[in-house]
Write a protein that binds this ligand. Structure first.
Ligand SMILES: [Zn+2]
Length: 437
């Protein structure tokens, strides 16, 4: 067995491996940021290692939030009670007035701080000035998958469509050696980006081994727009443009017919389910049970705090495991193991990082979190997976490790001054409020 520099013992280790193995009285050993051993505590030697006795806690992998706009945290609660299309028009007005590199950095730090404190160790983020998101991620110590935005109308960064490809290429060059960053291309959607620009983005991401992500089939109105414009449904449109595949991550996929589900499954395209955003914007109920039955890799996201009003992955997990039961009339729809996998290992797979992230297994990055079970809502605890999905919340996350580095300790973020972030965001409030008047 390899020597280790960190050993954590916990009454339960929820590994989120293929079999969703739970080890009672378990331990995890890590060295140089990687997991070197997992097993019963008695079998893991601690010689020479820092020992953390996580009494009354569950040890589990860090959560992977596959769809977020962290910088949009600045606009939380600003635009309410509208469906997506008119809502977007107001959101874009506010973004255009407020967003600069400095405000994007502040919004990203605010959002990423919220994510880390809730146990998210990797997030896919789509936002203006993605290089500011990278700076924020490096400062706070969270993994981020991001990259160039493609958007045909004039952008909130002041850039026009004809320089998007150059911006995105420069992004790939800039983050080539950044260990916390996954680079890709993130066109906004089929209704805001032309087929040619969508394909330019994919040519770039594929030539650089990166991911390609867009919003797809979020609303019925979006489907109607694409049918009117191109004579085919959104997923068929993407398929015809050769924009499906294992490098493709599609956010939402709420309005799909069976042919579209088959296209997603056959191509190995990944889907991000964003239940809170879909509920609040009245977008609808994604056909998650049908996607799972077809073999589609379904991951989970919060979307931005401007649509879901916070970045709570625990709420996403609980909604993913409950709302499809009501929507289908089947109390067995979406199991607890499926919901937890969506928030961990499935995200790693969508990032082409299943060998490195998403579960507690030897060889993977030491990205893990501790969840307090010494609280009234955790007793009695018959099954840790059931507890994590239906009863746990982000307030239960006490400690967070990314690559073996502790970034949250006893509920406190060690890598940023949260009070200063909150104060800076609040100082912007009058200007943000005035931006939509
Ligand atoms: Zn989104």
């Amino acid at each position: 067995m390899s020597p280790s520099d960190l050993v954590i013992r916990a009454p339960y280790v929820v590994t989120c491996d293929d079999a969703m193995t739970v080890i009672e009285n378990g331990a995890v050993a890590a060295r140089d940021g990687r997991i070197v051993a997992v097993g019963p505590a008695a079998a893991i030697p601690i010689v020479g290692a820092e020992l953390i006795e996580a009494k009354g806690r569950i040890l589990m992998p860090g959560l992977i939030n596959m769809h977020c706009h962290a910088g949009d945290s600045l606009f939380r609660g600003l635009v309410e009670n509208l469906p997506l299309e008119p809502w977007l028009q107001t959101v874009w007005k506010a973004e255009r007035a407020i967003l600069r590199p400095t405000t994007c950095r502040l919004g990203a730090e605010l959002g990423l701080a919220e994510l880390l404190l809730s146990g998210v160790t990797t997030v896919m983020d789509m936002f203006w000035f993605p290089e500011e998101t990278v700076r924020a991620a490096k400062a706070l110590g969270i993994r981020v998958a991001t990259g160039g935005i493609f958007f045909d109308p004039p952008g909130m960064d002041g850039h026009l469509a004809d320089r998007r490809l150059a911006d995105a290429t420069a992004f790939f060059d800039a983050v080539e050696d950044e260990p916390l960053i996954f680079a890709g291309c993130l066109p906004h959607g089929t209704y805001t980006v032309s087929p040619q620009h969508l394909q330019n983005a994919a040519r770039l991401s594929r030539s650089r081994g990166g991911f390609w992500c867009t919003h797809a089939a979020e609303t019925a109105a979006e489907q109607a727009t694409i049918i009117e414009r191109y004579g085919r449904r959104v997923i068929t449109h993407l398929a015809e443009l050769d924009l499906l595949g294992p490098d493709v991550v599609l956010a939402h996929c709420v309005h799909l017919d069976t042919a579209e589900i088959d296209l997603l499954a056959a191509s190995g395209t990944h889907v991000v389910h964003n239940p809170m955003s879909n509920l609040k914007l009245a977008s609808g109920f994604a056909p998650v049970p049908a996607l799972l039955a077809a073999g589609v890799n379904v991951t989970l996201g919060t979307d931005g705090a401007i649509s879901g009003n916070d970045l709570d992955m625990w709420l996403a997990i609980r909604l993913a495991a409950t709302l499809h039961k009501a929507a289908t009339g089947n109390a067995a729809a979406v199991t607890t193991a499926e919901a937890l996998a969506m928030a961990t290992r499935n995200g790693a797979r969508a990032l082409n990082a299943a060998d490195r992230l998403g579960s507690i297994e030897p060889g993977k990055a030491a990205d893990f979190i501790l969840v307090d079970i010494g609280r009234p809502h955790a007793a009695p605890l018959f099954d840790p997976v059931t507890h994590l999905v239906y009863s746990a919340g982000r307030g239960d996350v006490t400690d967070v490790f990314v690559g073996g580095r502790r970034v949250v300790e006893a509920g406190r973020l060690l890598t940023a001054d949260v009070g200063a972030l909150v104060a800076a965001a609040d100082a912007l409030r009058p200007a943000i409020a005035a931006s939509v008047v």
